[in-house]
Design a protein around this ligand. Structure first.
Ligand code: ASP
Length: 583
C-alpha cells in the first residue's frame, strides 16, 4: 500500500509503530478543537486513525487544521506516539496510538455535505443522488466488498469444477423469461430493435450444442418489471449450463457454489445436499413455492373432514385449509387479519379462538362436529384460521397469512439458515387474463419423464424438470433440465399458442440447432444480488448494488433515463407520439 501518499492505511497503525514517522492519507471524519490542540479522525475503508495537531509542534499545521471540514481529503506526516493510558480507545483498532502531526496538507476539499456519513435514516433518493458519499460509509463498503468476495469465491469454485467462463451478447433477440423486454433501436436498421437479454438462456443452450459442456458466466440480465425489494431492471446472476447431465448434478454444482461463498466469508456453510421438496408439497404445506422453513406453522387440510359440514361455506368449498396460530387473537386482531386475507383474495376468514382457559370463541363452532373440532386440534391459547375456496386461493391466502404471522408473532428463528430445493414444478400455468396456458419457468424447460403424452390432452397436470433454490423464503434462482429434442420443443411451443411460423420466426435458430446433435443438458441461474443481500442481512438488493435504480425505476445519480435530441431520434427512425414523460 506504500506510496508517496501514504505509508500505511488508516486502520493499520499499532503500538509497534511507535516512534516511527509515517505519512497517512484519508478523509476527515471528525475534527475536534480542544483549546489549541486539534484532533482529527482520519478515515479510510480500513479504519480510523487519530491525528493530533499541536500548534507548539507545528504552527503551520495548526493553522491549516482550522480549515478542515468533514470529508476533506488530508495527507499528514507525523510521529506515531503511544496514547496515555486514560486516553486509549479500546473501541478503535488503532486506539492505542495517535499521530503527532508535523506536516498537514489539505489535498482536496468538500462542499457542505447533503448528509453526514454517520447519519442514520437518510432518505434513499438522497443517498442515491450522492451515492459516492453513501458508498463511503461502513455499511456500503462492507456490502460491496462482501459482494466482491462472493463473486470471486464463486468464480474460483466454478473453475475448479471445470466450468468455462463464456461471454454472451447484450444486444440480442427477446428471450422469454416472463418479463417485458428492454428494446434498443438500431441506427443501421431503422425500425428494427435489439432486445437486451432477460437471461442468456438460449446462448447457453447453444454452447451445449456446440460442445462446451460446462459453461458459466456472471451474467447481467435485463427485465422491464416493476421494481421491488428483490428486483431491479438489471441484475446479475451466476448463469450455469451443463451437458450430459441430470438434475442432481446441477443441484450439486450450485450447492458447491453456495458453500464456497459461505467459506470465503468465514461462515459455516449450509450442509449439502440441501433438502428437496416437490412443488405440490411446498404449496400444500406452506402455501408458497418458496417456503420459509425457519418456522413451522404449517398449513393443514380439512377438505375431506368438512365435506359433510353443517357450515355451508366449508361443505361447499373445493378446498378447506387451516393454520393453528399459537395465540388467542382478540376481535380487533382478527378483524385486521381478515382484512389482509381479503386483500390476498379470500372472501373472509373463519376462525376458532381457544382462549387460555380453554373456552372457544367462534361464530362457526356451533356448526362444527366433534370430528371436525378434533381435526383442528386447537390447544388453549391458540386460534384456528380457515380459508375455503379454490385450492390455489386457499394455498395463497394461508401462505401469506403464515408469513405474516411468522413475523408478527416472532416465530421466525433468525439464527437459522434454511436452504431448500423446490422441485417438480408444473410445466404450464393457466393465464387468467389471456385465457391460455403459459410456461411456468420458460418454454425450454424439460418435461418430467412420462408426462410428455399429456402436453396436448391435459397440460395442467404435466410436471416439468424445473427446480428453484430457496433461502429463508427468498427465491435465489431457477433452473431446469431442458428440452433437447426439436419435436418436443415444437409441441411445447404449440401448447403455448405459438404456431409453426411464429415459432420459426422467433426461435428458428434454436429449432435448427436442436436438429444438429443436441446433447441432453440443463442448468441454473442464481440471482447474485439477492444472494448477497441475504448474506449481508440486508432487506433490499439496492443495499448491495453500487448504483441501483430508485424504486421509481429512475437513476437519481445520473438522471437517467433522459430525453434525447430530435436529431438522435431521427437517426434511429423514431418519432415520439407524445412529449417525453418526466419522472
Ligand atoms: N434462464 C433462467 C433464468 O434466468 C435460468 C435457467 O433456466 O437456467 O431464470
Amino acid at each position: 500500500m506504500t506510496s508517496s501518499w501514504r505509508d500505511l492505511v488508516c486502520g493499520e497503525p499499532r503500538s509497534e509503530h511507535v516512534g516511527r514517522t509515517l505519512t497517512l492519507a484519508g478523509w476527515a471524519a471528525r475534527r475536534r478543537d480542544h483549546g489549541g490542540l486539534v484532533f482529527v479522525d482520519l478515515r479510510d475503508h480500513t479504519g480510523v486513525m487519530q491525528l493530533v495537531v499541536n500548534p507548539e509542534r507545528s504552527p503551520e499545521a495548526a493553522e491549516r487544521a482550522k480549515e478542515i471540514r468533514n470529508e476533506f481529503v488530508l495527507r499528514a506526516v507525523g510521529e506515531v506516539v503511544a496514547r496515555s493510558p486514560e486516553t486509549v480507545n479500546e473501541k478503535m483498532a488503532t486506539g492505542e496510538v495517535e499521530l503527532q502531526v508535523d506536516e498537514l496538507e489539505i489535498v482536496s476539499r468538500s462542499t457542505p455535505l447533503p448528509f453526514q456519513l454517520d447519519e442514520e435514516g437518510v432518505d434513499e433518493p438522497l443517498r442515491l443522488r450522492y451515492r459516492w458519499l453513501d458508498l463511503r460509509r461502513d455499511r456500503m463498503q462492507r456490502n460491496l466488498r462482501l459482494s466482491g468476495t462472493a463473486v470471486s469465491a464463486i468464480r474460483r469454485r466454478m473453475e475448479e469444477l471445470g466450468f468455462v467462463d463464456l461471454w454472451t451478447p447484450s444486444l440480442t433477440r427477446a428471450t422469454p423469461e416472463g418479463a417485458r423486454d428492454f428494446l434498443v433501436p438500431v441506427r443501421l436498421q431503422p425500425g428494427a430493435f435489439f432486445a437486451l437479454p432477460q437471461s442468456p438462456q438460449l446462448f447457453k443452450q447453444l454452447f451445449m450444442i456446440a460442445g462446451f459442456d460446462r459453461y458459466y458466466q456472471i451474467a447481467t440480465c435485463f427485465r422491464d418489471e416493476d421494481l421491488r425489494a428483490d428486483r431491479q431492471f438489471e441484475f446479475r446472476q451466476l448463469d450455469v449450463e451443463m451437458a450430459f447431465t441430470e438434475r442432481e448434478d446441477v443441484l450439486g454444482v450450485l450447492e458447491e457454489a453456495v458453500r464456497a461463498v459461505f467459506e470465503a466469508v468465514g461462515r459455516e456453510p449450509p450442509s449439502a445436499p440441501f433438502p428437496r421438496m416437490p412443488w405440490s408439497e411446498a404449496m400444500s404445506r406452506f402455501g408458497s413455492d418458496k417456503p420459509d422453513l425457519r418456522f413451522d406453522l404449517e398449513i393443514e387440510d380439512a377438505t375431506e373432514v368438512t365435506r359433510e359440514s353443517e357450515f355451508g361455506v366449508f361443505s361447499g368449498a373445493p378446498s378447506v385449509r387451516f393454520l393453528v396460530a399459537p395465540k388467542a387473537f382478540s376481535r380487533t386482531e382478527l378483524g385486521r387479519l381478515e382484512e389482509l386475507a381479503k386483500e390476498w383474495g379470500a372472501k373472509g376468514l373463519a376462525y376458532l379462538v381457544v382462549d387460555e382457559s380453554g373456552d372457544v370463541r367462534s361464530p362457526i363452532s356451533k356448526f362444527l362436529s366433534d370430528r371436525e373440532l378434533e381435526t383442528f386440534h386447537a390447544a388453549p391459547g391458540s386460534t384456528v384460521l380457515f380459508a375455503a375456496g379454490e385450492p390455489g386461493t386457499t394455498a395463497r391466502v394461508l401462505g401469506f397469512l403464515r408469513l405474516h404471522l411468522g413475523r408478527e408473532l416472532g416465530l421466525v428463528d433468525e439464527s437459522r439458515d434454511e436452504f431448500l430445493w423446490v422441485v417438480d414444478f408444473p410445466l404450464f400455468e393457466w393465464d387468467e387474463d389471456e385465457g391460455r396456458w403459459t410456461f411456468s419457468h420458460h418454454p425450454f424447460t424439460g418435461i418430467a419423464p412420462g408426462h410428455e403424452e399429456r402436453i396436448e390432452s391435459d397440460p395442467g397436470t404435466v410436471l416439468s424438470q424445473a427446480y428453484d433454490l430457496v433461502w429463508n423464503g427468498w427465491e435465489l434462482g431457477s433452473g431446469s433440465i431442458r428440452i433437447h429434442r426439436q419435436d418436443v420443443q415444437q409441441r411445447v411451443f404449440r401448447a403455448l399458442g405459438l404456431d409453426e411460423a411464429e415459432a420459426k420466426e422467433k426461435f428458428g435458430f434454436l429449432l435448427d440447432a436442436l436438429q444438429m446433435g443436441a446433447p441432453p443438458h440443463g442448468g441454473f441461474a442464481l440471482g447474485l444480488d439477492r444472494f448477497v443481500a441475504l448474506l449481508a442481512g440486508e432487506p433490499n438488493i439496492r443495499e448491495v448494488i453500487a448504483f441501483p435504480k430508485a424504486s421509481s425505476g429512475a437513476d437519481p445519480l445520473t438522471g437517467a433515463p433522459s430525453p434525447v435530441s430530435d436529431e438522435q431520434l431521427a437517426e434511429l427512425g423514431i418519432r415520439l407520439l407524445e412529449p417525453p414523460a418526466t419522472t
